[in-house]
Design a protein around this ligand. Structure first.
Ligand SMILES: [Ca+2]
Ligand SMILES: [Ca+2]
Length: 243
């Protein structure tokens, strides 16, 4: 470098007069300002940039159009926030929304460990009691499961039970107990919860008042109802309603 060269070096005080910093913002601790006994000592605040004096290689501050723009480019404080804008924080919740769709229909709501099977239409859990019991004991067995003897209160449900016969879920000769009796008043048939039965499917000639409990039989692919002696030991069908 020629001895008269006066190159710019890093440093400036344009942000705060006489507070000298490097372009990256670091405070300058070492300084080598020009001292003069006859002229003006530096910095004399006629500018915001630092240059080397050619001969003594000590420093002067001076005005420069080059210094200021270069600096303001490097000190860009704006970039950090811009960057944080690009990191999308939103994706995680969106993803968790897509996961749990499938489980509800797959879940079998019935206590399968107790031998219950699921029917979707009519919606219920049922099991066949093949260990023959009298009506009271059959009812107690179902209640012990959290259910009751199956309640046939519609044509749809009567047809469903006929289907159980037809699909050999139970033997065609089976005559299981179902919910219903006329123990309180002869010929006034009620479910165990006391509700009066409105739908009935008596076999012709029944009820013939030979008992107070309700059982069914398959006849010509249809389920028909019989009254009978509650002490008979018969198969039974339990039901647990589902939500
Ligand atoms: Ca009766
Ligand atoms: Ca009868």
């Amino acid at each position: 470098m020629p001895s008269h060269a006066e190159p710019w070096i890093d440093g400036g005080d344009e942000d705060d007069e006489d507070v000298w910093r490097f372009a990256d913002g670091t405070l300058m601790t070492f300084k080598s300002w020009h001292r003069s006994s006859y002229g003006r000592s530096q910095p004399d605040h006629d500018g915001n940039c630092v240059r080397l004096n050619g001969i003594n290689s000590d420093w002067s501050n001076t005005t420069s159009k080059v210094c200021t723009p270069t600096r303001s480019n490097t000190t860009s404080k704006v970039r950090t926030p811009t960057r944080s804008n690009t990191t999308p924080k939103v994706r995680t919740p969106t993803r968790s929304n897509t996961t749990p769709k499938v489980r509800t229909p797959t879940r079998n709501p019935c206590p399968t460990e107790k031998g219950y099977k699921f029917s979707s239409d009519p919606r219920l859990c049922y099991r066949l009691g093949l260990d023959r019991k009298n009506h009271d004991d059959a009812m107690a067995a179902c209640q012990n499961d959290g259910g009751f003897l199956i309640r046939i209160d519609s044509q749809k449900k009567n047809d469903y039970v006929a289907q159980l016969y037809q699909e050999n879920v139970m033997s065609t000769s089976s005559q299981p107990w179902i919910d219903g009796d006329d123990s309180d008043r002869e010929n006034e048939w009620r479910f165990t919860d006391g509700t009066l039965m409105t739908y009935t499917q008596w076999k012709s000639g029944q009820p013939n008042h030979d008992g107070n409990c309700l059982r069914i039989r398959l006849n010509n692919q249809k389920v028909e109802w019989w009254d009978g002696n509650c002490d008979q030991r018969l198969e039974y069908i339990c039901e647990i309603p589902t939500a």
